[in-house]
Design a protein around this ligand. Structure first.
Ligand code: DQA
Length: 137
């Protein structure tokens, strides 16, 4: 089972960025916990702040990997291009968010990803990624 976690813009700052919303753990530390928890899963991680790079990565793995766990971050609410990429590939995509975007500003209530995703997990903190991985097992 080969899965890729893709994080979008500003998620490289997890641990430092608005800790009251996103927690104080870095994604690198959390990713290591996930690797230990799911030793049988070939788990990879990719992060970019650039929309086109995120689209490129979805296209690159989207015909060979078993699953993509995607937190497109702010692009969730703006990017037709990432939404189209999710629909274009064969690999199922689970959309995740750390925060409950529906409890936040109105512009965060719209997602261009959800209609192409297999499912959506949000609001469970970093555990949202863990739950998304479990959904593939
Ligand atoms: C986020 C929610 C988005 O609205 C925000 O722009 C992010 C992170 C989350 O994981 O809660 O950067 O995707």
């Amino acid at each position: 089972m080969k899965l890729l976690i893709i994080n979008g813009p500003n998620l490289n700052l997890l641990g430092k960025r608005e800790p009251e919303v996103y927690g104080s753990t870095t994604f690198q530390d959390y990713f290591e916990q996930l690797q230990s928890k799911f030793p049988k899963v070939e788990l990879e991680y990719y992060q970019s702040n650039i929309e086109g790079e995120l689209i490129g990565k979805i296209q690159e793995v989207g015909f060979s990997y078993d699953g993509i766990v995607l937190n497109a971050a702010a692009y969730t609410h703006t990017s037709v291009g990432i939404g189209d990429a999710v629909k274009a590939v064969e690999t199922p995509v689970i959309e995740v968010h750390i925060s409950n975007t529906h409890k936040r500003e109105d512009f965060r209530h719209v997602s261009y990803i959800s209609s192409g995703a297999r499912g959506v997990i949000l609001g469970f903190g970093l555990q949202s990624y863990d739950l998304a991985i479990q959904s593939f097992l």
